[in-house]
Design a protein around this ligand. Structure first.
Ligand SMILES: [Zn+2]
Length: 196
């Protein structure tokens, strides 16, 4: 795999990294940035600590945690997830704030879907750590702009989780903040398990 070199926009140290990862992590100052046509952009991020009881092989998977305000304009979704979440968060059912977890790595469609749904419905709790230590991290392939668009898709997926009658939902999502969150996973017998 090709390794490329860029300069950290914060401390100007060279960063050497595999080409597939769009996020460049500076080991010197900890800054993560990505580059596009408009230049380099520093990214807000956090790294969740690995549960000390985890013994198997570990990976960090990046997620864009998209903090959204959603506003339900009209619906026929009693019992739907969005409705439930809205009620839980807000005590009302016309809208509220929601963290949507969008996997930022190239994953199989079914893995993408189950991770997005599980983490959005049950936001993970974790301690923070300062660096990746020596845990391998999966490359980030989604930009925050793409993640904001995917958040919409995740919201629709959540609604579609409930089998049975067709549900109708007219809503609007407004992205307030996007943060890159690295969550540790353990390779277990049944696939990847969250390891916070
Ligand atoms: Zn730096």
């Amino acid at each position: 795999m090709k390794v490329i070199q860029v300069k950290c926009p914060n401390c100007e140290q060279p960063i050497y990294q595999k080409q597939r990862d769009n996020m460049f992590h500076c080991k010197n100052c900890g800054t993560i940035h990505y580059r596009d046509m408009k230049g380099s952009h520093t990214v807000e991020y956090e790294i969740a600590d690995v549960n000390p009881n985890v013994r198997g092989r570990q990976y960090y998977i990046p997620f864009w945690r998209v903090y959204c305000h959603f506003n339900i304009r009209s619906r026929d979704v009693e019992g739907g997830y969005i409705h439930k979440l809205a009620t839980k968060i807000n005590g009302g059912d016309n809208g509220g704030m929601l963290y949507i977890f969008v996997p930022a790595s190239d994953l199989e469609a079914s893995t993408f879907r189950s991770m997005a749904v599980n983490l959005t419905v049950n936001n993970p709790r974790y301690n923070l750590r300062r660096d990746f230590s020596n845990v391998e991290r999966m490359p980030t392939t989604l930009t925050p702009e793409e993640a904001a668009e995917m958040a919409d898709f995740v919201a629709v997926t959540l609604e579609a989780e409930k089998p049975g009658k067709m549900q109708y939902l007219d809503y609007e999502l407004k992205v307030q903040e996007t943060k890159l969150v690295y969550l540790p996973f353990e390779q277990g017998p049944n696939g990847l398990q969250l390891a916070v």
